[in-house]
Ligand binder design. Structure first.
Ligand SMILES: Cc1cc2nc3c(=O)[nH]c(=O)nc-3n(C[C@H](O)[C@H](O)[C@H](O)COP(=O)(O)O)c2cc1C
Length: 330
């Protein structure tokens, strides 16, 4: 059965790319889309930043046709500002709007935004209602199990947010207090999915990092789809591998060094297309070690990659990496 968010048809059991600050920008989304991500989100965008017209927030509104369906994610602590930010973001013409009620980091959660709304469900509901009313687009929410072990209130949250009109809910199987530690626990996510009151799609999130785990958790927790974050960093192929496994029961062979180099080249090219050569090269620097994780004696190449000033030099280095490591793997 196809999963739908409003009139967006995501097919059967969609795999979503998680919103990730400083990661899920257009160049990264390009390589994830190429590898089969069914739906993607922008990095989170501060509602205050949007209203102030801050350059950083504005730039995060950049979306491209080939990315559809794509959601813009916003966060904030003030309901009126969230309403206004929704109006601004809607003009960027995404396919949906998403609200972040999951961010645990201090300068978000301790300023009354992100996961801190899990401590004030009435306000969260009012904020969500305001966002739903401020846009013609479907609104989705991403949140956690609760604030801490004693307040795992996402079951109630799911019902109340559905009642004010959200069209899908993604749940990260951790509390705010857990940050990113320990194992994600999806048991509560299954309870929500099984709640007869819940009609909207429920997406599970947290710790999916292999086709086997994706298949096992799909069976065990009965969610409508999964959102994948960290496992896609430096490895957007995770989407393709999981889909292939679902379809055939077989594990794809690991990527060749040529494939790894090619993804990296594409990511770099898209980064330069988006931000210009200088900034594109600079922003790509944080990604190289992710793409070449596990290669022996890579340090020297890494140092050169993150200091090379021109695209010609980077491309030469990438060719040298390809040559060296394909020779070693024969
Ligand atoms: C670098 C990084 C940045 C993140 N930024 C965001 C964000 O902007 N918005 C959001 O809702 N979650 C954000 N998250 C949380 C992820 O979307 C996701 O919920 C979390 O990483 C768990 O999924 P995973 O185990 O598949 O990585 C971020 C996570 C990471 C690692």
């Amino acid at each position: 059965m196809s999963v739908r968010i409003g009139n967006i048809d995501l097919g059967e059991f969609p795999l979503l790319l998680a919103p990730m600050e400083d990661v899920s920008d257009p160049p990264f989304r390009y390589v994830c889309k190429q590898n089969g991500a069914d739906m993607m989100y922008t990095e989170f965008i501060s509602s205050e930043g949007l209203i102030r017209d801050a350059a950083k927030s504005r730039q995060k509104l950049d979306i491209f046709e080939y990315e559809r369906p794509i959601g813009i994610q916003i966060f904030g602590s003030d309901i009126d500002h969230m309403r206004e930010a929704t109006e601004i973001a809607t003009q960027a013409n995404p396919d949906l709007m998403d609200i972040n009620y999951g961010c645990p980091v201090k300068n978000v959660a301790c300023r009354g935004a992100g996961a801190s709304l899990l401590q004030d469900i009435d306000k969260m509901v009012a904020m969500t209602k305001a966002v739903v009313e401020a846009t013609h687009l479907p609104v989705t929410v991403k949140t956690r199990l609760g604030w801490d072990d004693n307040t795992k209130n996402v079951y109630e949250v799911a019902e109340r947010l559905q009642d004010v009109g959200i069209k899908a809910l993604t749940i990260h199987g951790r509390t705010r207090a857990q940050m990113y530690k320990g194992q994600a626990d999806w048991a509560l996510i299954r309870d929500i999915k099984k709640n007869p009151r819940i009609q909207i799609p429920i997406f599970g999130n947290g710790d999916i990092d292999s086709p086997h785990k994706a298949a096992a958790w799909r069976m065990e927790y009965e969610v409508d789809g999964m959102m994948i974050g960290r496992a896609s960093i430096g490895y957007p192929r995770i989407f393709r591998e999981i889909k292939h496994f679902f379809k055939t029961g077989e594990i794809l062979d690991g990527p060749t060094i040529t494939e790894r180099v090619n993804v990296c080249r594409t990511h770099l090219m898209k980064s330069m297309e988006w931000k210009g050569e200088k900034t594109g090269i600079f922003e790509m620097r944080r990604h190289y070690s992710n793409y070449f994780k596990g290669l022996e004696n890579f340090k020297e190449f890494r140092t050169k990659l993150v200091t090379a000033p021109t695209v010609t030099e980077i491309n030469d280095l990438l060719s040298a990496i390809e040559l060296k490591y394909s020779a070693e793997m024969v």
